[in-house]
Design a protein around this ligand. Structure first.
Ligand code: ZN
Length: 344
């Protein structure tokens, strides 16, 4: 049964909207150290290719890598910013995107995603699921202000948690996922899932009212390929929902390579409001909503107090630095965007 579009009162009220955002900000709800320990981030997430770093160069061995130009504007890589876990991070001299070049060979990357389990365990932890449920409800509320419902394709759907939430609210659902364990668990639950790259999936044009990319675009060697396919698959009034790390967030501006958003085997592209707008407009999407969510205020406080950014328990170093100020300046650690095809 299709869901009805509805006026969501709190979306128009800045204070209420901020309160809804804060409800899935783990720094504020659970505390940074508690969240990072209880989700297993500390135990599970280690650089998986560091044994292949060449001690002479500090970089991953050359035969593991392939080169690429800027995935937004195709300019050749500019001077390096820093090396993290053996991967060189550069900033595009043309469009300012921060990205990884060289990146892992395609076969190694595909194998990694098929077999990866550490991040899957984090996603399955109770505190992560608690925060994600509120986050996904926020996204679905945002969408329902524009759209009456229909069919969702969730790309990189992980364990399928978002699709379960959407199904409860009346959406028809389909997932796309490469991780073998995640696919098996979704199929056991009867969730329809495709196990191949989107461009090989043979889905009919205009067959989805919504395509979602929750923390996916940063992982893709060629993000334009996915955006082009997403555009083809959407109906004329269909919506594209994107969540990505924000390279212009306050926490990333402070921590630079110490920020755990940087890890070159997996996070290949680091968008900010400008570069995300550029790539979407170049792919003929019109942006309806662009905001930041998740402050990482605890991480910031820890770092400013010389404690471990992710495991410290420092008090606020500057009480006037509030979630309101962070999000008003688009300094939150994630960018949330809603867009639709601009001339379809
Ligand atoms: Zn560029």
């Amino acid at each position: 049964m299709p869901v009805q579009s509805k006026a969501i009162d709190w979306l128009q009220d800045p204070i209420e909207r901020l309160n809804h955002k804060n409800a899935f900000d783990a720094s504020l709800v659970l505390g940074t150290s508690k969240f990072n320990r209880s989700t297993g981030r500390e135990d599970n997430l280690h650089p998986p290719f560091s044994q292949h770093i060449d001690p002479d160069t500090g970089l991953i061995r050359g035969d593991f890598l392939r080169s690429r130009n800027c995935p937004v504007c195709e300019a050749p890589p500019g001077p390096g910013l820093f090396v993290k876990d053996g991967f060189r991070h550069v900033r595009c001299p043309n469009c300012s995107l921060i990205y990884v070049s060289l990146i892992l060979r395609e076969d190694l990357m595909n194998k990694y995603w098929r077999e990866e389990l550490a991040w899957t365990r984090v996603l399955q932890s109770a505190p992560q699921m608690e925060m994600d449920q509120v986050k996904y409800d926020y996204g679905l509320d945002l969408v329902s202000a524009y759209l009456a419902g229909g069919k969702i394709l969730d790309i990189g759907t992980g364990t399928g948690f978002f699709l379960r939430q959407a199904h409860l609210r009346g959406w028809e659902t389909m997932g796309l996922e490469l991780n073998l364990e995640s696919v098996e668990s979704m199929r056991n639950e009867g969730i329809e899932v495709i196990v191949k790259p989107l461009e090989l999936s043979d889905l009919a044009s205009g067959s989805f009212e919504m395509v979602s990319l929750w923390e996916v675009l940063e992982h893709l060697a060629e993000p334009k390929t996915i955006l082009s396919e997403a555009r083809r698959l959407l109906t004329a009034q269909g919506l594209l929902l994107i969540l990505v790390p924000n390279s212009s967030s306050l926490v990333t501006r402070l921590l630079h390579e110490k920020s755990n958003t940087f890890g070159g085997h997996s996070h290949l592209n680091h968008f900010n409001p400008k570069s995300l707008t550029n790539i979407l407009e170049s792919m003929r999407f019109e942006i309806l909503e662009l905001e930041t969510v998740i402050t990482e205020l605890g991480t910031i406080n820890n770092y400013m107090n010389f404690e471990d950014p992710y495991l410290g328990e420092a008090p606020p170093f500057f009480p006037n630095l509030t979630p309101e100020i962070i999000h008003k300046n688009l300094w939150g650690s994630r960018l949330l965007v809603l867009a639709r095809p601009s001339d379809k």
